[in-house]
Write a protein that binds this ligand. Structure first.
Ligand code: PLP
Length: 397
């Protein structure tokens, strides 16, 4: 066998560098995981409570889950993403996956095997989550990019995006971030989503929504599902990858779902059978522990209400950090306009820092962020935000 070296994964490489740095001033703004104001991971109180309930159940066990995953999770997840009275009801198949990544992968293979025309390409936003290209290429797709971020204004390049959708051949696959776009933190407005849906319908494009941050963009799960629900209301067939890593803090438990919205209930048996087959071939059965936690939270009205409040708290803290960072940069007179820090939403901010500045921040200031200048705002807190702003100021001057 002749095996060439695979390219290094930027985020994983960054985590290794950050872990190896024991400097007391170190700030890790790389990984997209929520941290509390002391920089620690946060186990949501509802997750603790769900675990307590699971362990006090005398029937708790570690048996395999059935085909398709845990019904408490898949049905609750479906309601969460499409809303309670969705016009899609009765024609959606929801299957448990290995978090959002697994949902992306199953979707990618499914689309490669069944999407027509069979030579349809996959279009990803420029930029996008680093794994999208790798996942879709691994599944055998040709991957192209559509314009998304205007790198000068750090705002959405809506004209470029729509032009690229119009220019693409009919019937292509478009990967859309449902909310809190990673890495830019720039989302289309509701009006822009309507334009996107209109153009995609005219061109017969297929929407694949990746939803890894529901609740993180606005703090409200329904507002964050706006785009998906709009496309459903517009009658699209579509796929949604849904992750509970960030919004329930179940990162390593690998809890997620893939939802397939079909044109008619009559095709559900075929679609579900093929998705189940792909799942069986890759993971055999889905992982149980995180699903039981999430299922408990989604099924219990009291826990569900508390979970919504926790999500609101997380998004509020992130927003407060955006304002502290921007205000400090403005106060320092740091060259440039910093409005984008508070205009962008979700976990990430695309700062506009260059690769060279990012490198200087890493080597001279022990501050870790991806080479494209993306910071995870969740890594900021009241103890480090001044240091972060002062360091950014120093490398820019
Ligand atoms: N999709 C996007 C856009 C992401 O940012 C992430 C995680 O960073 C994922 C999917 C997958 O996350 P996970 O597999 O941890 O659920």
């Amino acid at each position: 066998m002749c095996v060439p070296q695979a390219p290094a994964d930027g985020i994983l490489k960054l985590s290794v560098l950050s872990r190896a740095d024991s400097h007391p001033a170190k700030v890790d703004l790389g990984v997209g995981a929520y941290r509390d104001n002391d920089g620690n991971p946060w186990v949501l109180p509802v997750v603790h409570e769900a675990e307590r309930r699971l362990h006090s159940d005398p029937n708790f066990n570690h048996e395999y889950l059935g085909v398709g995953g845990l019904p408490a999770l898949t049905s609750g997840a479906q309601k969460l993403i499409f809303g309670k009275d969705s016009p899609a009801q009765g024609r959606v198949y929801s299957m448990q996956t290995i978090s959002g990544t697994g949902a992306n992968m199953v979707a990618a293979v499914f689309l490669k095997q069944f999407k027509e025309p069979s030579d349809a390409c996959v279009y990803i936003s420029k930029p996008t989550w680093g794994n999208h290209r790798s996942i879709f290429e691994t599944a055998g797709h040709k991957v192209l990019e559509y314009r998304y971020c205007n790198y000068e204004t750090l705002k959405l390049d809506i004209d470029g995006m729509l032009d690229d959708m119009r220019a693409a051949p009919m019937g292509q696959i478009f990967v859309l971030h449902a909310c809190a776009h990673n890495p830019t933190g720039i989302d289309p407005t509701e009006e822009q989503w309507r334009e996107i849906a209109k153009v995609m319908k005219e061109r017969g494009h297929f929407p694949f929504f990746d939803c890894a941050y529901q609740g993180f963009a606005t703090g409200d799960v329904d507002s964050d599902a706006y785009a998906i629900r709009l496309f459903v209301a517009e009658g699209f067939e579509l796929l949604v990858a849904q992750s509970f890593a960030k919004n329930m803090g179940l990162y390593g438990e690998r809890t997620g779902c893939l939802h397939a919205v079909c044109q008619s209930p009559s095709v559900l048996p075929q679609v579900s059978s093929q998705l189940n087959r792909l799942s069986r071939a890759t993971i055999s059965t889905a992982s149980a522990y995180g699903a039981k936690i999430a299922g408990t939270v989604l099924e219990d009205p009291e826990l569900y209400g508390e979970w919504l409040m926790s999500m609101h708290d997380m998004s509020k803290r992130i927003l407060a950090m955006r304002w502290l960072l921007k205000n400090k940069l403005v106060k320092l007179g740091t060259p440039g306009n910093w409005d984008h820090v508070t205009e962008q939403i979700g976990m990430f901010s695309f700062t506009g820092l260059t690769k060279k500045q990012v490198e200087a921040l890493r080597t001279e200031y022990h501050m870790y962020m991806t080479d494209d200048g993306r910071i995870s705002v969740a890594g900021l807190n009241t103890h480090n935000v001044d240091y972060v702003a002062e360091s950014i100021d120093a490398v820019i001057r």
